[in-house]
Design a protein around this ligand. Structure first.
Ligand SMILES: Nc1ncnc2c1ncn2[C@@H]1O[C@H](COP(=O)(O)OP(=O)(O)OP(=O)(O)O)[C@@H](O)[C@H]1O
Ligand code: SF4
Ligand SMILES: [Mg+2]
Length: 384
């Protein structure tokens, strides 16, 4: 007779061999059948705990909230009065990443490397040329406007410049209520005014701010308003594009603290776009370093900031004296400029600037090397 109780099953087989699922109140055999039916893979039930033991909901697969696979965004370069495409700016050129609920993934790199284009393509604000974006397992790329509409409220963006991103002709209350109304959302509060007041309080502003206009506020307060507007539709994912770089140093930490406490309270996931490693250290859990449209290194904040393996990451960090390994000679600072994404160099895109480039770097793009289960680098120096 099969044991009954709460089963913990492990998916075995191809890609997801380490994933675990918890299934309440099934026999071991039923658990296996259930998971198999959902995932289309073989499973083995790894443990049975007594019935009634508190575990996660009936069937919980730890799939990321956001999954991006081989994303490309190419902007056509048009010339002549017929506006013929004569080439393309390869702003994003094969980016893959994953972001769990309640976590922050920072996307870092020099100006023009494609960070904002990734963020906008994730939110379906610009079209992607290739690849796939999934939110909570649902493919967003290629969906029609009407199919996207109910998904839009689940992901929002907070921009760098809170003055430019807030409509100066609308009151703060109207700005915050606008998104809710557009998406036909009602919050738990009795009226839209009560919902706006609650959101303002949530971001540390006086609810009386609802009747005032954006120009009456400081930069930090405007960024709080922009965050309240994003929260108004109860998103799960927020793309924060340089959320503090337009602010005075004195208020940057306050906004980062606010984002951190909102994440803890609401379980938000952040795709944090920044060129500032201090911001990464403050808020992020994982980091992906971009160069010329591609991710060249990714890992946890500890791995990438304290044990960087790619010469580009090392050079970026060399400009930040307090971060990096103290017992190694500092790597040379970054010299030269990033080449045009309209004409990326052959081989490793970083080779024209890399002090350690060899002949092989000029021919083939480096394969990914797994430094650890969470740390990956695209550089031949790390190949075993
Ligand atoms: N709409 C567009 N049309 C043509 N090229 C574009 C467009 N948007 C961005 N680009 C180009 O794509 C590349 C990547 O731009 P993107 O704004 O994504 O970079 P970024 O990393 O966010 O830079 P920054 O740190 O300066 O904000 C740049 O070369 C940029 O000029
Ligand atoms: S692959 Fe070669 S050129 Fe590219 S970062 Fe590594 S050493 Fe430098
Ligand atoms: Mg940008």
């Amino acid at each position: 007779m099969a044991a009954s109780g709460t089963a913990q099953a492990t998916l075995v087989g191809s890609a997801a061999s380490s994933q675990e699922f918890r299934i309440q109140e099934f026999t071991a055999q039923e658990a296996a059948v259930q998971v198999s039916a959902v995932q289309g893979e073989a499973v083995q039930v790894s443990s049975i705990v007594p019935a009634g033991t508190e575990v996660a909901t009936a069937l919980t697969a730890p799939s990321p909230l956001l999954e991006v696979r081989d994303l490309a965004v190419h902007f056509p370069i048009r010339q002549g009065w017929l506006r013929r495409a004569v080439g393309a700016v390869r702003a994003v050129d094969g980016v893959s990443l994953a972001l769990e609920r309640g976590r922050t993934l920072a996307l870092v790199g020099e100006s023009g490397c494609g960070k904002t284009s990734v963020g906008k393509a994730v939110l379906q604000l610009i079209a992607s040329t290739a690849g796939e974006v999934k939110l909570d397992g649902r493919i967003l790329t290629g969906l029609s406007r009407s199919a996207l509409r109910p998904l839009r409220r689940r992901m929002q963006m907070v921009f760098q410049d809170p003055f430019a991103s807030l409509n100066p002709r609308l009151s703060v209350g109207e700005i915050i209520a606008e998104g809710m109304q557009a998406l036909g959302l009602g919050r738990a509060e009795a009226s839209p005014a009560a919902a706006v007041a609650a959101l303002l309080a949530q971001v540390g502003l006086d609810p009386a701010a609802a009747g005032r206009y954006p120009h009456e506020f400081s930069g930090g307060q405007r960024q709080r308003i922009a965050i309240a507007r994003a929260l108004a539709v109860q998103p799960e994912l927020i793309v924060c594009d340089e959320p503090t770089s337009a602010l005075d140093v004195s208020v940057q930490a306050q906004i980062l603290n606010l984002l951190g406490s909102l994440q803890a309270d609401l379980g938000l996931a952040y795709l944090l776009i920044t060129h500032n490693f201090a911001v990464v250290e403050h808020l992020a859990h994982e980091v992906a370093v971009m160069y010329l449209g591609r991710i060249v290194e990714r890992g946890t904040v500890g791995e990438v900031l304290h044990s960087p393996r790619h010469p580009y990451t090392q050079a970026l960090l060399a400009a930040v004296p307090r971060i990096g390994s103290a017992d190694e000679a500092p790597p040379p600072a970054l010299s030269g400029e990033m080449p045009s994404p309209a004409n990326p160099p052959a081989g490793c895109h970083f080779h024209p600037r890399c002090p350690r480039a060899g002949a092989e770097c000029r021919t083939a793009y480096p394969a990914p090397v797994a430094v650890s289960a969470t740390h990956t680098v695209y550089c031949v120096l790390n190949a075993r």
